[in-house]
Design a protein around this ligand. Structure first.
Ligand SMILES: Cc1cc2nc3c(=O)[nH]c(=O)nc-3n(C[C@H](O)[C@H](O)[C@H](O)COP(=O)(O)OP(=O)(O)OC[C@H]3O[C@@H](n4cnc5c(N)ncnc54)[C@H](O)[C@@H]3O)c2cc1C
Length: 382
């Protein structure tokens, strides 16, 4: 394993960094204040991302994507992660689960999503089924050649701008637990209602919705993958989502560190720059060390993914450590900025708010610890 970047990888990183700084940073304050991305800005970002070949870069070339492996996608995500989530998400990286599309689903969902004509979102979580996904109550009952879906999902990110949802629903029982299947459901399907959920403190403009299914009838051809094997299908791709959370946390943490370092080197109190006080400089040292460790852990997991050897535990360790390192980094940065850190004139308070969700979504820190410890203990238990 070595992380010396090739000239292509260096160019990718530089291209994304330039794009993020010139096309995304200028709109961040507006998006955070208004809690939405204006339509013309969204279109502009999407168009420029496509021109640069960044759109759907994670998807295989045979589907029209950029064909990047996990390591290269992770490098790109690190740079995108520096910017506001609501804006960087417009540089779409369609859900990897869509690779499971077969037959007509490829033309109807996968290809238009890669081309940017359709937008996907993913719905697992329910009010009574968060960490315990299998406890979900949304049920898809087989009825003739169709499935009839009833239930409710919440916290579904960017469902407000999506055209269809990759839905996880129970389709049966085995050993006293739900069996889960995945479905592709268009938002204009009768019986499906979406409405904006409560406002989230993190990542303003990247909104969550509630989805309500009332006798929502979909054809059997909506089934993504095999019936009752949805949990396995999701599990196959959950690791890459966790790496995304990990590396975007690293990217944002690096940006925060740069700003805090600049502030510490110029802000004066007691006749000297505050960076000369160890109480400040050691915070910078801790931030740098932890972010670098988080980056290496994540790149190492990404590299293993490309070799086909990444475990659930590898992805969980990266997500756990990076999201917690970001939390400490944003808190330390805010402390270094003093009162100004809390004012919305500067983006520090936004980074601090945004960091909070990283320890919760895509599996909480406790669930990541559960995955890691289970991998240690299980082989030794009877
Ligand atoms: C902004 C945002 C966007 C989201 N986007 C999406 C999305 O697009 N699609 C989607 O499906 N979901 C989405 N989610 C849901 C997210 O994945 C869940 O919030 C997360 O999995 C935790 O579930 P919960 O909130 O119900 O918390 P709970 O599961 O109720 O957990 C509450 C607390 O109990 C702890 N806990 C629970 N079980 C255990 C255990 N076994 N061991 C130790 N501690 C435990 C948790 O760690 C946590 O501290 C989003 C959430 C947020 C906040």
């Amino acid at each position: 394993m070595h992380f010396a970047l090739s000239s292509e990888q260096t160019m990718l990183v530089e291209t994304v960094r330039r794009f993020v700084e010139s096309e995304l940073y200028p709109h961040e304050a507006l998006v955070d204040r208004t809690d939405e991305v204006p339509g013309e800005i969204a279109q502009d970002v999407k168009r420029k991302a496509k021109e640069l070949g960044l759109y759907a870069a994670n998807m295989p070339t045979e589907f029209g994507g950029g064909g990047l492996g996990t390591f290269d996608t992770t490098l790109m995500e690190r740079e995108l992660g520096r910017a506001s989530y609501a804006l960087q998400t417009l540089v779409a990286r369609p859900s990897n689960i869509l690779r499971g599309c077969t037959g007509a689903q490829i033309e109807e969902y996968l290809l238009p999503t890669v081309r940017g004509e359709r937008v996907d979102c993913l719905a697992m979580t329910e009010p009574d089924a968060g960490s315990d996904v299998r406890a979900m109550r949304t049920f898809a009952r087989a009825d003739g050649g169709d499935f009839v879906i009833n239930g409710a999902k919440h916290f579904i990110s960017h469902a407000d701008i999506a055209d269809y949802v990759i839905l996880c629903a129970a389709t049966g029982q085995a050993g006293g637990r739900n069996t889960i299947s995945c479905f592709l459901v268009d938002f204009d399907t009768p019986g499906l209602t979406r409405r904006r959920g409560p406002r989230c403190v993190s990542h303003r403009g990247y909104n969550q919705c509630e989805l309500i299914f009332e006798d929502c009838r979909v054809p059997a051809s909506s089934l993504l993958g095999e019936r009752d094997r949805g949990f396995e299908l999701m599990g196959q791709w959950l690791g890459s989502t966790r790496l995304q959370v990990a590396i975007t946390s690293v990217g944002r943490g690096q940006r925060v560190l740069e700003m805090a370092t600049q502030w510490a080197a110029t802000r004066k109190q007691f006749g000297q720059t505050i960076g000369k006080f160890q109480g400040t400089s050691f915070k910078l040292a801790d931030m740098k060390t932890e972010l670098e460790a988080a980056e290496l852990l994540t790149l190492s997991a990404a590299w293993k993914d490309d070799q086909g050897t990444m475990t659930d535990s590898d992805a969980a360790m990266a997500k756990l450590f990076a999201s917690e390192a970001l939390a400490r980094a944003t808190d330390n940065a805010l402390q270094i900025f003093g009162g100004m850190g809390l004012m919305d004139e500067l983006p520090i308070e936004r980074f601090w708010r945004d960091a909070r969700v990283e320890r919760i979504w895509d599996g909480t820190s406790e669930i990541q610890r559960h995955i890691i410890s289970r991998a240690l203990l299980r082989p030794l238990e009877g």
